[in-house]
Design a protein around this ligand. Structure first.
Ligand SMILES: Cc1cc2nc3c(=O)[nH]c(=O)nc-3n(C[C@H](O)[C@H](O)[C@H](O)COP(=O)(O)OP(=O)(O)OC[C@H]3O[C@@H](n4cnc5c(N)ncnc54)[C@H](O)[C@@H]3O)c2cc1C
Length: 345
């Protein structure tokens, strides 16, 4: 038996990496601060090369068979009076609630013989054999914009497309069709000042301006209050893997702006990229530093361009005048949406 790998964080990247390593016979222990199932702030729309990672790990087909996932093939955009009517996505995406997905991956990991330590926050030192899959790094609020995200599930919501993006003055709200008639409502907002009463007023933030299409969509929605969750202090600054002292996957490595709908894909992709160097480290064929270097090179080659495009796109979409221009452009030139879609994944 080879050298064991310890993974801090049982989210998408940690569990996917754990499964991939177990498939190669590597001893793996995952430490997870929480438990399953649990809701996470996420648009629950998986799009990009990460679907290929899931296929190669033998997980995508099994996920479809679980009946919890649903394909998404169309998208529509709304910004004030301008809208882009439902159009085919350049490639099919997959929608699945994190409540189901994280739980399902955790079960797969233990089926493969992985050791899962639940409800325990890991607080040891970093070093050889330790992989950080602990998610986003919170950024202390400075004097600039503060970003926060909200999510809830609802039923009785009629949509024109599998994914609808509604731009509102402070950010945007995505509505995605999930299995069993549920709809994910997920918003990203920016404010200059803290929002102290968010726990009381989250429905107003997600609900859009009176008479807007978003507001009409949600007017009769049956929102599941137990599904509500929020996240604040988001840092969307792109980070390179090269030169990092720690071995990180998923959001712990870098976070791509959520508007791209590519963060989960990056979690799966980075996990897949880590399997080979970590397996070879476990077998004693690579030392820890070289395993980290090989992984960092693979990640930067794969992610740098899309992170640059996303870092450019996200502020434009949060800026009312620029975003009106972009949505107008997308309404009149379908190729623009396809081009931006391709650049950010
Ligand atoms: C508003 C918003 C909307 C989004 N929408 C989408 C979308 O539609 N599509 C998409 O692809 N992506 C989306 N994302 C991004 C996506 O959610 C993330 O990229 C993805 O969850 C990253 O997975 P991860 O495994 O790296 O981290 P996480 O899923 O955050 O998992 C990290 C895990 O580590 C655990 N942990 C942390 N510290 C410790 C510790 N010390 N010890 C033990 N455990 C620990 C946590 O409990 C957690 O379970 C969105 C993000 C936001 C904020």
């Amino acid at each position: 038996m080879g050298e064991g790998i310890t993974i801090i964080g049982g989210g998408l990247s940690g569990l996917t990496l754990g499964i991939g390593l177990r498939q190669r016979g590597v001893p793996v222990r995952v430490w997870e601060a929480g438990a399953y199932p649990r809701h996470r702030v996420c648009g629950e729309f998986i799009s990009g090369l990460g679907l290929g990672s899931l296929t190669r790990l033998g997980l995508l087909e099994a996920l479809h068979e679980s009946g919890k996932a649903r394909p998404a093939v169309t998208a529509a955009f709304f910004a004030g009076k301008t809208s882009v009517k439902a159009r085919a996505l350049p490639e099919a995406a997959l929608c699945i609630p994190r409540f189901d997905l994280d739980d399902w991956l955790a079960r797969e990991f233990t089926k493969w013989g992985g050791e899962l330590v639940l409800s325990t926050r890991w607080s040891g030192e970093s070093g050889p054999g330790i992989v950080h899959a602990s998610g986003r790094r919170p950024e202390p609020a400075g004097l600039g914009w503060r970003l926060f995200g909200l999510k809830a599930h609802a039923s009785d919501v009629t949509l024109d497309a599998d994914l609808e993006m509604h731009f509102v003055p402070e950010g945007y709200v995505g509505l995605s069709r999930q299995s069993h008639g549920r709809v994910n409502i997920c918003g990203l907002f920016r404010t200059r000042a803290p929002v102290p009463d968010l726990r009381q007023r989250w429905r107003e933030w997600l609900g859009g301006a009176p008479n807007s299409v978003l507001n009409q969509r949600l007017a009769v929605a049956q929102i599941d209050p137990a599904s509500f969750c929020s996240v604040a202090a988001l840092s969307l600054r792109p980070r390179r893997a090269w030169g990092r002292a720690e071995f990180c996957v998923g959001d712990a490595l870098t976070m791509i702006p959520p508007v791209t709908g590519n963060g989960m894909s990056m979690a799966f992709e980075s996990a897949e990229l880590a399997i080979d160097p970590l397996s070879r480290y476990s077998q004693g064929k690579l030392d820890w530093v070289e395993a980290g270097r090989q992984f960092a090179r693979l990640c930067d080659d794969r992610f740098s361009a899309r992170l640059r495009w996303a870092a450019w796109l996200q502020p434009l979409l949060l800026q009312p005048v620029a975003r009106a221009g972009l949505v107008f452009g997308a309404a009149h030139f379908p190729a623009l949406t396809q081009w931006l879609f391709a650049r950010t994944r």
